[in-house]
Design a protein around this ligand. Structure first.
Ligand SMILES: CC(=O)SCCNC(=O)CCNC(=O)[C@H](O)C(C)(C)COP(=O)(O)OP(=O)(O)OC[C@H]1O[C@@H](n2cnc3c(N)ncnc32)[C@H](O)[C@@H]1OP(=O)(O)O
Ligand SMILES: CC(C)C(=O)C(=O)O
Ligand SMILES: [Mg+2]
Length: 515
């Protein structure tokens, strides 16, 4: 079996999904989980994009011990220096230089001739090689580049010292047939290609990212790039979990394997979804809620007789499991620990203790605590503990047919702000009250609510996207009370706003007191 190297770009291309802006702590958590998942290289970010990005990439480089850490850079010295500064502490750093090669990008974006593209790329690679043994060069928009020019650029990159050459389908334009042929031709026509890792990076604009990636593997690539849950720019990137499973299930075709630890897939997917706020589509392959559900009679009959009639992947294989252990009012820490393990999470003793307190609080409100409830409680623990504001009190009244909300928010300095507002419904009043408390106005661009477990007392999950001056902030909140879940989601987005801007709240006129 040929080994396929996995280059994860959840923290770089994945973070390019609109509205996703992870804090350093969140990025480190994801990076450590990606390492556990067994990816070979983690693209930690694009350091030249902001000083905050350099800090995050540095911290990831410090904490991740086994996986190689890559940083993206345009083909210029300034970007390369920023990348160098950010990943110099990594165990195995890798500089990733990108420059577009297609006629459209050359003409309209870069305003460069073919010769200028070659010269610019070569001098960037040679400059980068002074500091980095591992260097990847990407021909952005390769799938729309003339094949002869691809040969020239790939050859130049190899001669200049690139150790990985990546051919992305940047705009998701490729089809498996043409994309596979491109790699076959490169292997046949470019001298020295056998001495480097040939890589691919696909986007999902036509829903073919996984198919194109597999076609590339079939035609000889050594490395694939992608993200968890397929998040990323526009329609997203290749979903790593889909490729890993396709290779596992169809080794008869591809004769290739990744080092992905399959049963870490589901916990990783959950973590990425919760921290990015990007919900996984229910029918998404491998990690969607319905990926292993069987609804119709004939299928259920088949499953009962012999699961392989309708199930090609055992859910446990990817870390999805349901157990017969029922958690209730009288359950203790041992049962909770066993359930947590069964659900695919590894928690420290302190995390388990915190979860136990939350579990006991929930069982006072809910008759049965289901697997999904436990997952939500764990996911909620991922919320940044360093939040600017937390919800300390909330009450609702309906005087004269109007909705009136009183909300109390506590900041990091233990100052509490209390505001009472009326609105056109409880949610309108609630969000206005929060805006007034923090003296900042957000546009509510999206609001979604769903029940995540069964029963009238189920936990509600709310997602919001807020807009402030054109920038988007996502937030998520859980509670058995949906008004509280909405307040938590709104505050999670507000906290992201403050985190990103490094801002202090503006003094508000709301009633303020210390606790
Ligand atoms: C295919 C991909 O996903 S590539 C990664 C995309 N990711 C991102 O862009 C996220 C981070 N980006 C950013 O924060 C900003 O774009 C920055 C800080 C990098 C640059 O910001 P600005 O200096 O304001 O430039 P802006 O983004 O508006 O324009 C890009 C410039 O880089 C040039 N450029 C684009 N790609 C490259 C490249 N690979 N190498 C060299 N120059 C490039 C463009 O031609 C343009 O130059 P111009 O100003 O001379 O026309
Ligand atoms: C930086 C490159 C690899 C990229 O993201 C793309 O071309 O899509
Ligand atoms: Mg990309």
């Amino acid at each position: 079996m040929k080994k396929i190297h996995v280059f994860d770009t959840t923290l770089r291309d994945g973070e390019q999904s609109p509205g996703v802006n992870l804090t350093t702590d969140e990025k480190v958590k994801i990076a450590l989980q990606l390492e556990k998942l067994g990816v070979d290289r983690i693209e930690a970010g694009f350091p030249a994009s902001s000083p905050g990005e350099i800090i995050s990439v540095k911290e990831i480089s410090r904490q991740v011990k086994n996986a190689s850490i890559a940083a993206l850079s345009r083909a210029n010295k300034k970007d390369i220096e920023a990348a160098r500064e950010a990943i110099k502490g990594a165990a195995t750093p890798c500089l990733h230089i990108v420059l577009a090669t297609s006629p459209i990008h050359r003409k309209y974006k870069l305003n460069m001739t073919k010769e200028q593209v070659l010269e610019t790329a070569e001098s960037a690679i040679r400059y980068g090689k002074k500091y980095f043994d591992n260097l990847e060069f990407s021909l952005e928009d390769a799938s729309r580049t003339e094949i002869d020019f691809i040969y020239e650029v790939v050859h130049m990159a190899i001669k200049s010292g690139a150790t990985v050459v990546n051919l992305p389908d940047t705009v998701g334009y490729a089809s498996p047939e043409t994309f596979g042929t491109m790699f076959k031709k490169i292997k046949e026509n470019v001298p020295g290609v056998e001495n480097i890792l040939l890589s691919t990076h696909c986007h999902n604009d036509l829903g073919m990212a996984t198919a194109n990636t597999l076609a590339a593997i079939y035609n000889g690539v050594d490395q694939i790039e992608g993200t968890i849950n397929g998040i990323g720019e526009r329609a997203g990137n290749t979903a790593i979990e889909e490729v890993a499973l396709a290779l596992e299930m169809r080794s008869d075709i591809y004769q290739a394997k990744t080092d992905i630890v399959l049963n870490e897939i589901y916990p990783t997917s959950r973590m990425v979804s919760k921290l990015t706020g990007m919900m996984v589509q229910r029918n998404k392959a491998i990690v969607g809620d319905h990926a292993f559900s069987h609804e119709s009679g004939i299928h259920q009959d088949g499953m009962l007789k012999e699961p392989t009639t309708y199930e090609i992947i055992r859910p446990e294989m990817v870390g999805v499991s349901s157990s017969t252990l029922v958690l209730g009012k009288h359950s203790g820490r041992h049962a909770l620990k066993a359930k947590v393990r069964h659900l695919g999470y590894n928690l420290s003793q302190q995390e388990l203790n915190e979860l136990f307190q939350k579990f006991k609080a929930l069982i006072d409100k809910k008759r049965y605590v289901l697997d999904e409830d436990i997952r939500l409680l764990i996911d909620e623990q991922y919320v940044n503990e360093e939040s600017m504001f937390t919800l300390s009190d909330l009450s609702i009244a309906y005087p004269g047919n109007e909705s009136e909300i009183t909300v109390a928010l506590t900041d990091r300095h233990q100052q509490t702000v209390q505001t009472t507002t009326r609105g056109n419904g409880a949610i309108d009043a609630l969000f206005q009250a929060i805006d007034q408390s923090i003296n900042t106005e957000f546009i509510l661009e999206d609001y979604k609510i769903q029940s995540n477990s069964a029963g009238k007392d189920a936990i509600g999950e709310v997602h919001v996207i807020l807009d402030n001056d054109g920038k988007k902030y996502r937030g998520r909140g859980f509670d058995t009370d949906i008004i509280k879940a909405s307040a938590k989601a709104y505050l999670a987005a507000v906290n992201r706003f403050y985190e990103e801007q490094g801002k202090q709240p503006i003094e508000s006129n709301a009633y303020k007191f210390s606790i």
